[in-house]
Design a protein around this ligand. Structure first.
Ligand code: A3P
Length: 314
């Protein structure tokens, strides 16, 4: 109701006045909220999630750090879960960007209506920023080599960066990234927030690596199907359904569709993104064309130190 909403606005205002401030990549400032660097609007939306979002045990979430393969996984999860609703010759994803397939929690309008069960949601927020009640649902977490994430994010955010701000150089972005200062960062704490949840509830979280999807997409589709409660049947295997899903969601196919060449996706009423920016190269190791040997070593060292002993290898 209005009173509750006004309370959130007050709290948000207070937070923005008091939280530690850092440089943003798209917007001017990020604020450190419970250990993570967020744009002001996302902090407000986080407060809204905590107040208004009612999780259901059947919910399935796709969680990811920006530029880790979220678009691809959205397409794969949506088409795998809904494989009985569409044919591969006339598919929802032929006319819609994968981001239209299901929304980010951060950009929902409340109350949440019009979903079929199980509901699919995406999130860029670290696990510790989200309500505990979401543990009753299932999470797919996709992660990617932080060097590729850094480069992909820098290129992406540079395109979206507010026009009245000076461009962010790669050197500055690199320094900020290493210090953890970038939208939804630090990268390593983000990954670890889900890795810890994975150790606590192994059946409730499926960890997927971008590199693994590149190398063995069919294996990942089978895993996703089983994890979402709809394992691929023998009959479907014989019909080549897995191959169809992989083909539909491939970089090659999606990036050449009219909707992804010319369409625009809106997030809330603030951010508009041209769909083609979600499809850049889609390769492993493109960081080599941007980062020096020294930069590589610095990122690798941080990764080693932050993940040491956790059992997670990136
Ligand atoms: P690059 O910038 O390295 O090319 P996100 O979807 O999380 O925003 O991540 C975007 C990255 O995933 C971009 O990486 C993009 O090219 C890549 N990508 C998008 N769709 C893909 C697909 N279907 N297959 C492989 N990579 C894809």
């Amino acid at each position: 109701d209005d009173m509750e909403y006004n309370k959130i606005c007050e709290k948000h205002k207070h937070l923005i006045e008091t939280l530690p401030k850092g440089n943003g990549w798209r917007v001017q400032h990020l604020y450190n909220y419970n250990g993570f660097w967020l744009p002001p609007m996302i902090i407000k939306n986080n407060l809204l999630i905590h107040t208004y979002f009612k999780s259901q045990p059947t919910d399935i979430y796709l969680a990811s750090f920006m530029k880790s393969g979220n678009t691809w996984l959205k397409a794969l999860m949506f088409s795998t879960l809904n494989r009985h609703r569409y044919t591969f010759s006339n598919h929802f994803l032929h006319k819609h960007n994968p981001h239209s397939a299901f929304p980010f929690l951060e950009f929902l309008s409340y109350p949440v209506t019009g979903f079929t069960v199980p509901r699919l949601f995406a999130t860029h927020s670290a696990r510790t920023l989200l309500p505990d009640c979401m543990s009753s649902g299932r999470f797919v977490y996709v992660c990617r080599d932080p060097k590729d994430v850094l480069v992909s994010k820098w290129l992406f955010m540079s395109r979206l960066r507010a026009k009245d701000l000076p461009p962010l150089s790669l050197e500055d972005a690199f320094e900020l990234f290493c210090r953890g200062v970038s939208e939804y960062g630090p990268y390593w704490e983000h990954v670890m927030s889900y890795w810890r949840a994975n150790l606590e509830y192994p059946d409730k979280i499926l960890f997927v690596k971008y590199e693994e999807v590149k190398k063995h997409p069919e294996v990942v589709v089978r895993k996703l199907a089983a994890f979402m409660g709809k394992p691929i049947t023998e009959e479907e295997e014989e019909k080549g359904v897995v191959r169809e899903i992989v083909k539909l969601c491939s970089f090659e196919n999606l990036s050449n569709l009219d909707v992804n060449k010319n369409g625009v996706e809106k997030f809330g009423d603030m951010v508009e993104v041209e769909n083609h920016t979600y499809f850049r190269k889609g390769e492993i190791g493109d960081w080599k064309n941007y980062l020096s040997e020294e930069m590589k070593e610095r990122v690798d060292r941080i990764t080693y130190e932050k993940l040491r002993g956790s059992g997670l290898i990136l």
